[in-house]
Ligand binder design. Structure first.
Ligand SMILES: Cc1cc2nc3c(=O)[nH]c(=O)nc-3n(C[C@H](O)[C@H](O)[C@H](O)COP(=O)(O)OP(=O)(O)OC[C@H]3O[C@@H](n4cnc5c(N)ncnc54)[C@H](O)[C@@H]3O)c2cc1C
Length: 412
């Protein structure tokens, strides 16, 4: 095994593997170190298994059956990640910086002209309520749970808490969802929070917002989903002079840490902790290492989605006095009505001066599939009028986007 590389990536999650892949495409020599399976949290305990749980009706064999189906899918997708990394040297082991450009991986010293920290994050416990995997669960425990409990309290109504609330409700648990802030999915626009709260209450979940939990008052299983802390401990950051003032590694829009030759991407760099953000950060950093000058990542251009029913999606700028709004609802959409998926709607925003689209809020069926394409429209400077004058196929759910553009009137 060579012991010196252009790029040494620590962590094979969506940040690390996309960074490594782009670095390989750029003709650089690459090594990727991880002491866990390929794909990181996203593939093994995050994005992918949760979407398996949320898709379709509950399995007859209960959660355990779905866990086994997830495991089979994860196995296939791990092979895909390994294929992406073809050409990179895979180092199995825990990695730790021991000085500028030098990393210890499982006892071997490896040199990297560029070192990329893509070590991700882990569930944050509630003070006074440590995870035990039996009564106090983290998302790591719930993705491999064999059976749904009779009742469960979920603390934290961000994307993870809300998605699991729906999973447990679907599999027959009595769900109490508790959020300290005044609404569900508080990181998203209040209009989306409202759509979800209405649907959850209709389904019989108990939703408590603005409530600080007293752990001693809880009985029965609890899922704590109050956020994730960065994996920064034991990484030897001090050996290169890196600090973590708020628990995360600070980076600029190119993933540069301020220490020459040390980059950081993904969850370890703080919110929004999303797989596609990690991946894009990784690509941008890999282009910089190859001497290219990519644009820095625009935080507003990172879509956020929640895969509940209705699904929620948000992208771009959706507030400001200079914006016009076009709004339409799924209850007036032919495909939604005939397939009985009428919850929610679409809000499109554009600059009143230029008519250019700036952002969108979507609640409803399959909206996570739509928001990426709306993000392309925004990036391309498409106007509300152009969206309105484009032909959408009928009947499709996406016609609601077109209806929202039409509803914005003839201006723009
Ligand atoms: C339940 C759940 C659902 C989610 N759903 C979504 C979703 O739908 N969409 C979305 O965009 N995001 C979702 N996320 C978030 C997403 O999983 C993360 O944003 C993403 O995984 C971050 O990628 P990353 O590359 O930064 O780190 P990670 O995926 O955390 O990968 C980090 C890797 O680094 C390795 N590592 C850590 N320390 C070391 C070390 N010292 N040496 C060697 N290797 C090390 C770990 O083993 C791991 O493989 C979800 C998360 C959870 C928990």
């Amino acid at each position: 095994v060579a012991d010196s590389f252009d790029v040494l990536v620590i962590g094979a999650g969506p940040g690390g593997y996309m960074c490594a892949h782009r670095a390989l495409q750029n003709g650089l020599s690459v090594a990727v170190a991880d002491n866990g399976p390929s794909g990181g949290v996203c593939l093994n305990a995050g994005c992918i298994p949760t979407k398996g749980f949320l898709f379709g009706p509950p399995q007859a064999g209960g959660l355990g059956e779905r866990v086994r189906q997830n495991a089979a899918a994860i196995g296939r997708l791990q092979k895909g990640v390994d294929f992406l990394l073809k050409g990179a040297t895979r180092l199995d082991g825990r990695a730790r910086l021991v000085g500028p450009g030098v990393v210890d991986v499982g006892g071997a010293e490896i040199r990297g002209r560029n070192v990329v920290i893509a070590t991700g994050s882990r569930p944050r416990p509630l003070p006074g309520l440590p995870f035990d995997g039996v009564r106090v669960l983290s998302s790591d425990h719930t993705v491999v749970l064999e059976a749904a409990p009779e009742s469960i309290a979920i603390i934290g109504a961000g994307a993870v808490g809300c998605e699991f609330a729906e999973v447990f409700s679907n599999y027959g648990s009595r769900v109490t969802l508790i959020e300290a802030r005044d609404r569900l999915v508080p990181e998203m626009d209040p209009w989306l929070s409202k759509q979800l709260e209405r649907a959850f209450k209709k389904r019989g979940m108990i939703v408590q917002t603005g409530v600080a939990v007293d752990p001693s008052e809880l009985d029965g299983p609890v899922l704590v989903a109050i956020g994730r802390q960065a994996n920064v401990e034991g990484l030897g950051l001090e050996t290169v002079g890196l600090t973590t003032p708020n628990g995360f590694i600070q980076v600029d829009g190119h993933g540069a840490t301020g220490v020459a030759g040390v980059w950081a991407i993904g969850d370890v760099t703080g919110p929004p902790q999303l797989a596609h953000r990690a991946s894009r950060q990784g690509e941008i950093a890999a282009d910089c290492m190859a001497g290219k000058s990519p644009a820095s990542l625009d935080p507003l251009a990172i879509p956020a989605c929640v895969y509940t029913h209705p699904q929620l999606a948000q992208v771009g700028r959706v507030t400001g006095d200079d914006l016009i709004l076009g709004e339409a609802f799924f209850r007036a959409n032919g495909y939604a009505v005939v397939t009985d998926r009428t919850d929610g709607g679409v809000r499109l925003f554009a600059e009143s001066a230029t008519g250019k689209l700036t952002g969108a809020l979507l609640a409803g069926p399959e909206v996570a599939e739509m928001v990426g394409l709306i993000n392309v429209l925004i990036a391309a400077g498409v106007t509300m009028a152009q969206a309105r004058e484009t032909v959408f196929p009928h009947p499709t759910l996406a016609e609601v986007v077109w209806e929202a553009a039409r509803a914005a009137g003839s201006g723009g």
